[in-house]
Design a protein around this ligand. Structure first.
Ligand code: DX5
Ligand code: ZN
Length: 216
């Protein structure tokens, strides 16, 4: 079954606990950490992740859009994240980092910006629990889905099958009721949705509607 991860980036930051509770039927809560260096936007850090992990029963899927994830990613596991995603473009030692995240007890995940190909990372896939393919340039919610990423999703799914791996394939950016079926058809199985969930009158219902579409 498809997993739907609402992105708290599109929620009201002054009411984070309530906004997290509003989507408690979701699989994971996607938390976008931005440092104003790796991406041109600034969001939240370790203390807020710690508070969020106490405020909701939904496990936290932390997406680190930051420089020097080798230094910071383990801190997010300690803060209570169940899954930590670092960017391939920012990690100095992705294998060591993935192993450290796993050793600390979280799922290890790596993200690729739209211009970063999957092929150089084929041999690293067994080290990961999830791969995130960005379907917008990271930094902001509410951007239009990049259709040109569909071939990369398809090629990644083929590599996962070829190696007989269990890892999840996540897409993030512009995922909505009108784009989720294309992502699922290309091979994604974990779907981040910010504006499509928090922009809806009933966020919990939006999660159910997205899941139904992804499952076809
Ligand atoms: C963008 C973030 C996304 C963002 C998605 O850099 O990584 O998680 O919240 O928002 P939507 O679903 O509105 O594109
Ligand atoms: Zn994200």
């Amino acid at each position: 079954m498809a997993q739907i991860n609402p992105s708290i980036l599109s929620a009201d930051f002054a009411r984070l606990a309530e906004e997290a509770k509003a989507v408690e039927g979701a699989d994971w809560l996607h938390v976008d950490v931005m440092d104003n260096h790796f991406v041109p936007n600034l969001t939240l850090g370790v203390p807020i992740v710690e508070s969020l992990s106490r405020a909701t029963k939904t496990p936290l899927d932390c997406h680190l859009m930051i420089e020097d994830p080798d230094r910071w990613a383990p801190r997010y596991v300690e803060a209570g994240a169940g899954s930590v995603t670092f960017h391939a473009e920012a990690a100095a030692a992705p294998v060591r980092l993935a192993r450290e995240i796993r050793a600390k007890g979280a799922r290890a995940s790596m993200a690729l910006k739209p211009a970063t190909p999957i092929e150089p990372y084929e041999d690293l896939l067994p080290e990961l629990d999830m791969l995130l393919i960005m379907t917008v340039e990271p930094g902001f919610g509410g951007q239009a889905f990049l259709d040109i990423m569909l071939p990369k999703i398809r090629r990644t799914r083929e590599l996962i099958s070829k190696h007989g791996l269990e890892l999840w394939l996540q897409v993030d950016g512009g995922v909505s009721e009108s784009t989720i079926e294309r992502c699922a058809e290309a091979g994604a199985d974990v779907f981040v949705a910010g504006s499509a969930v928090y922009g809806a009158a009933d966020p919990a219902e939006a999660v159910r509607a997205l899941r139904a579409k992804a499952d076809g």
